[in-house]
Design a protein around this ligand. Structure first.
Ligand code: C2E
Ligand code: C2E
Ligand code: C2E
Length: 91
């Protein structure tokens, strides 16, 4: 089964995102900027996004959500969980 479940907390590291090459991170950066604007949430170092948003982003990147998650970890954009794991599933 998928590593991405409804209880997966997705927290983007905005500083890492801002330092990535635009050709790779561009769609993700625009998506995050749009969410920030909708929330009027501009000053954070991280941005919590919806699990549904990761699925939308996976379609944009032509990957499965799990593949995109792996890519985000490689980019240093996805912060690991407080216990050092990537996922904090309680399902
Ligand atoms: P909306 O989806 O109608 O949500 C209205 C308000 O409900 C949000 O106002 C927020 O206060 C609260 N809310 C809805 N879902 C959640 C949630 O899962 N967690 C939390 N903590 N609060 C939630 P807000 O934040 O001012 O956002 C305004 C609108 O901006 C939202 O209206 C939505 O259309 C969009 N938006 C904001 N953040 C996101 C996001 O992460 N993903 C998506 N797809 N849209 C977002
Ligand atoms: P948390 O969700 O584990 O977030 C920890 C800290 O990460 C937050 O501390 C904040 O500094 C940062 N952070 C996480 N997501 C975002 C984001 O989307 N935007 C920004 N600007 N910063 C983010 P903070 O603000 O002191 O909040 C502590 C805890 O209080 C949060 O832990 C969460 O459990 C709760 N909390 C704060 N604001 C909300 C909210 O709007 N909705 C809900 N449901 N919980 C909230
Ligand atoms: P989720 O939809 O996967 O959202 C994960 C986190 O993204 C939320 O954690 C919140 O930090 C952030 N987030 C998502 N949408 C918004 C938004 O519109 N505005 C803001 N300011 N932040 C947003 P949180 O708040 O701890 O919520 C955990 C889960 O609880 C959410 O997962 C969602 O499944 C549910 N939830 C929370 N609030 C609402 C709500 O108002 N409406 C609905 N339908 N579900 C909600």
């Amino acid at each position: 089964s998928s590593a991405i479940t409804k209880s997966t907390k997705i927290v983007l590291n905005l500083e890492s995102l801002g330092s990535l090459p635009a050709d790779e991170a561009g769609p993700l950066a625009r998506y995050a900027s749009t969410i920030q604007a909708q929330r009027h949430d501009y000053n954070g170092k991280v941005l919590s996004i919806r699990t549904e948003d990761l699925k939308s982003l996976a379609i944009i990147y032509d990957m499965s959500p799990d593949e995109l998650t792996t890519r985000l970890i490689e980019w240093g954009v996805l912060s690991p969980g407080a216990d050092g794991s990537i996922y904090s599933d309680v399902d």
